[in-house]
Ligand binder design. Sequence first.
Ligand SMILES: *Cc1c(COP(=O)(O)O)cnc(C)c1O
Length: 392
Amino acid sequence: MSERIPVMRPWFGPEEAEAAAEAVRSGWVAQGPRVAAFEAAFAERVGAADAVAVSSCTTALHLALIGAGVGPGDEVVVPSLSFIATANAVRYVGASPVFADVDIETGNLTADTVDAVRTPRTRAVILVDQGGVPADLDAVRELCDPLGIVVVEDAACGAGSRLRGRQIGAGAAFATYSFHPRKLLTCGEGGMVTVDRADVAVRLRRLREHGMSVSAADRDAADRGGAPPVLETYDELGFNYRMTDVQAAIGLVQLGRLDAMVERRRKLADRYRRLLAGVPGLRLVADPEYGTTNYQACWALLPEDFPLERDALLGRLSAEGISARRGIMAAHLEPAYADTPHGPLPATERLTRDSLILPLFHDLTEAQQDRVVSVLYAAAGVAAPELAEAGA
Ligand SMILES: *Cc1c(COP(=O)(O)O)cnc(C)c1O
């Protein structure tokens, strides 16, 4: 019996374990110097003015919306086709999510789909780079900037993807990232907000630490200098959304692997594309004309006339020891959003019903990939020419 193939596996080496151990040995495990170093390295990598580390992409989105001035009575345009956290963040600030449809090729909002649902109450748009595929931030900002609508980029999945040659999130007023193990770069849990203005970063840093005017790390540093105690004040409602130094130590090592991660994933995705070319009507996610994806989610869309329903296909793969996943969820179909009015979302509904995410991780072997491919050919009812020779 061959080993089960997971859908995703983090890429860790001994360096991550050593970095975490070193943080523990230092005695400073809460937010401290390693978080500051991770923020500086991340901002530089993205080409952003600053970066603020937080506990997750969900909390990053919450802070970004506060920073964008979104509150009760406002509408925020979001794709329904996204992990539920995107829409949830809008409700955390008391605003109303308004679902826009996505482009069937990329799975992302476009200037046209945003334009179709905006109203005079639209205060912001959360533009998701779904599955790592870059959304066209430039086109959406061209629509939104003159209207005073803030674009928050949810790049949870997008670290290492590019838009017109720039890193994802570069040039966004706010861009948010996730370090959950389902994404490329991980430190267990964690998130980051990059911003294009230094003063905005100062406010977000306070908000993530209870609204404190002076961080615990800075008070500790002042103490050691023998100066009189620095007394903090609390000027607005804050949160505990801090990242720990143990996470940041791991994140710093992971950031150094990002290019290799993307390169490896793109190579494996290309191989899937070549091997699956003979499955009639099956479409694998690809680079849009204006950017490159990191293939965080290597999803395939089944043709309408595929012999098996998507969920039956997932069952078939599972029976063969392969963990694939349904494609991206649609928030408007979930009970938590039953009361949220929305217009027609045909591309969203087609993508969420008929797509699946194939296993893709750095040490996926060609033999494992061939196993996935052969199940898809068998389900399609056609022979798998390239694999026949290998006896798959
Ligand atoms: C994973 C994900 C999130 C949530 O990230 P966490 O770090 O788990 O909070 C938000 N938005 C999108 C698009 C995601 O894929």
